[in-house]
Structure formats: structure tokens, C-alpha cells
Design a protein around this ligand. Structure first.
Ligand SMILES: Cc1cc2nc3c(=O)[nH]c(=O)nc-3n(C[C@H](O)[C@H](O)[C@H](O)COP(=O)(O)O)c2cc1C
Length: 361
């Protein structure tokens, strides 16, 4: 194996940033074995714990997995794990509640498939949780069920292909949710206008030491680091070279620069087939959960169609840019919630999840 290794020099300038392509990393089978275990297709006798495992495969901000699950009789309650907040990028827990919505959707789809259709209820109090009452029903495979273990955020450049109109319609209809509007942009002029705001937001974030420190906290540079925490953003999942943990900090400070990141986003947006924007009717946790459910179905439908997606949320994360974005969208009185590009590319490695034992209380 060693003889096949090719060193990738990030940025070309500094030998210290030498990293390996993910699939040439020694002992990679350990990461792949762990992934296979986490993403194993549900067995025919799957019950509530296994539905929770599928829920944890949902998208979530920084892969912080800010959720806890409580199992009561015929009920699963999803609670926020406030120890896993990302308070710099997400000071009002918007992303946290969107993430709970994503997990809710996976759970409902898995349970329905196994004859346990669910009713969700978000109580009206300040301690926002999602209660899912599971009924007994007929086993009926939910249309997006098969896509759950294969959905991923694909943070690479796409190949520039356009998506067929029929597929855009399927994406829109999968994302339909009461209280959430989903706008799809495919006109290159619209993509350029959104890109400008992505770059503006990204520049603001790249110049914010607190943002960088928080991001760094969630980065995992090697499979060993990713497997140890079973959370966070593993470099290979973003298409970046894999480096030993001890080299990660140095490599990060040398190659993670404003101009290079902005150029990357230009490439990413210009190679995309389109951008989806999700807008909840109201700016509060109940609606953020709905946005998460809508987005998760969008992402699963995209996966089923062979369409990749990745977040470019800078325009909604930086408050001043968010105002400009809302004005541009013509929704000045509401808050745009998510910005997601979509298109075609090979898959990247899948990200880690913590075990059911770690998230169940
Ligand atoms: C609310 C929310 C916000 C997110 N924001 C970003 C983002 O700004 N940039 C990004 O690359 N990914 C973003 N993601 C994607 C997560 O990082 C990703 O879901 C997580 O790392 C798990 O990886 P997976 O989606 O491949 O399973 C976001 C996801 C959610 C649900």
C-alpha cells in the first residue's frame, strides 16, 4: 500500500501541509468498518433504538449532533443537547433546532417503513423538544427510506451539469412543508448574485477569530481523530487531504485563508446545477424544526436522484448579510433559514456518528 501513496501538497507551497488522499490512508479499513456498522441497513425486526440510529444519520450543523433521545412507551422524544451548541456561528440555536428537525424526519421515515407511523408534537414552551408518538400501522416503505444511509453533504466542486426539470419538481415536492417556502434558483445570474453574498459572509467569518476557533474545535484531521470523537468535520468529508492530528493545526493555519476559501466557493457555486433556499414563516424554534424536516426530505430526494448537495449558509449566518439576502429574495420581513447548492459529483467519504448509547437518555 505504501508504494501507492501519493502525497498531496495543499497549496503547493509548504511541505508541512503534506497530506494523504483519504483512500490511501493506512488502516483505513477501520474507519470504513465503523461507517458500515453505523450505517447498516435496518434489520426486519428493527425497533425504537434502531429508528434512533437512523435519526442520527441526519444532517446537522458542524456534525455536533446536538440531540438527545428519550424513549417512553410508544413515544420517542428528541431533545436539544445544549452542551453541543455552536454558539459563535449559531448564537440563537437556529441551526441546532434545524438539526433536530432533520433527525425527526429520518426517524419518522424509518418508523413508518416498519409499520410505526408517527405523529409529531412540539409543545408550546420555552424548552423546545419534539415528541413523536408512534402508532401501530401497516409496514409500508417510505419513498425516501432507502436514501437515509447514503445521504451526505458533498462539499466538492460539482460537474456543472444541469438538473432535469422533472427532478427539480421532485425536489420541490419532497421539501413541501406547511410553514416553509423553498425557492429553487437555476439561472446563472441568480447564482452569481447569491455567490456574492456567500463571499461577503465568508470574508466576515474568516476575519472573526471566534468563528475560526469554534470551527477548529470541530475539525478532525485524520480518521483516528474522527473515530475517537465520532463527531465533527473530518477533512476527507470536505474533500480535503487527510493529515495526522498533530499536523492538523499547522496545516489548518497555513492553508485556511480568506482568498483561497472565497475562490473555492466561487468554484463550488459556478459548478452547481442550482441553489435551494429554505424560508420558515416565523423566526422561532418550531419553524426551524419544520425547516429541518423540509431540508432533510429535500436532501434524501436529491440522494435518491443521484443529486448531491452542500450548504453554503454564510448569507444566513452573518446577520448584516442576512438582511441584504432577505431583501434580495423579496422576503424582508422573514428570515431565510438555509442556503444549499445542488448538482452532480462523485461521493465523498461519509461522516461519523456517535452511538445510540451515547445519545439516549
Ligand atoms: C442547520 C445546518 C447548517 C449547516 N451549515 C453548514 C455550512 O454552513 N457549511 C457546510 O459545509 N455544511 C453545513 N451543514 C452540513 C453539516 O456540516 C453536515 O450535515 C454534518 O457535518 C454531517 O455530515 P453529513 O451531512 O455528510 O452527514 C449544515 C447542516 C445543517 C443541518
Amino acid at each position: 500500500m505504501l508504494s501507492r501513496r501519493s502525497l498531496l501538497i495543499s497549496g503547493g507551497s509548504i511541505a508541512a501541509c503534506a497530506g494523504l488522499a483519504y483512500d490511501l490512508w493506512p488502516d483505513l479499513h477501520k474507519y470504513d468498518d465503523e461507517l458500515a456498522r453505523q450505517r447498516k441497513v435496518l434489520a426486519s425486526d428493527a425497533g425504537l433504538r434502531e429508528f434512533i440510529r437512523y435519526a442520527t444519520l441526519a444532517a446537522n450543523g458542524h456534525n455536533a449532533q446536538p440531540w438527545k433521545f428519550r424513549v417512553a412507551e410508544d413515544k420517542i422524544i428528541i431533545l436539544p443537547d445544549l452542551t453541543r451548541r455552536t454558539e459563535v456561528v449559531d448564537p440563537d440555536d437556529h441551526h441546532l433546532f434545524v438539526s433536530l428537525g432533520c433527525a425527526t424526519e429520518n426517524l419518522l421515515i424509518a418508523a413508518q417503513t416498519f409499520g410505526r407511523p408517527g405523529e409529531t408534537h412540539v409543545p408550546d414552551d420555552s424548552h423546545t423538544i419534539v415528541e413523536i408518538a408512534l402508532e401501530s400501522g401497516v409496514e409500508q416503505k417510505a419513498p425516501l427510506y432507502d436514501a437515509i444511509p447514503f445521504r451526505q453533504s458533498t462539499r466538492s466542486a460539482f460537474d456543472g451539469r444541469q438538473a432535469p426539470t422533472a427532478d427539480l419538481e421532485l425536489l420541490k415536492s419532497a421539501a413541501q412543508e406547511d410553514g416553509v417556502s423553498v425557492l429553487l434558483f437555476t439561472d446563472p445570474r441568480h447564482l452569481e448574485a447569491i455567490l456574492e453574498l456567500v463571499v461577503e459572509g465568508n470574508s466576515t467569518q474568516m476575519n472573526d477569530p471566534a468563528f475560526i476557533a469554534e470551527l477548529r474545535h470541530w475539525l478532525r484531521f485524520s480518521p483516528e481523530q474522527a473515530m475517537a470523537s465520532k463527531d465533527g468535520l473530518f477533512a476527507a468529508c470536505s474533500g480535503n487531504p487527510t493529515v495526522p492530528g498533530w499536523l492538523g493545526d499547522l496545516a489548518f493555519s497555513l492553508v485556511f485563508k480568506e482568498k483561497a476559501e472565497n475562490d473555492k466557493y466561487r468554484d463550488h457555486v459556478r459548478s452547481s446545477a442550482g441553489i435551494a433556499v429554505f424560508i420558515g414563516d416565523e423566526e422561532e424554534p418550531k419553524h426551524w424544526i419544520k425547516v429541518g424536516r423540509s431540508f432533510q426530505r429535500f436532501a434524501l430526494q436529491a440522494t435518491a436522484l443521484g443529486i448531491r448537495n452542500a450548504h453554503i449558509n454564510q448569507p444566513i449566518e452573518v446577520p448584516t448579510v442576512r438582511n441584504d439576502f432577505a431583501n434580495w429574495l423579496g422576503v424582508a420581513k422573514t428570515r431565510p433559514d438555509l442556503v444549499v447548492r445542488f448538482g452532480y459529483a462523485p461521493p465523498l467519504p461519509m461522516s461519523m456518528r456517535r452511538s445510540v448509547d451515547q445519545v439516549i437518555i
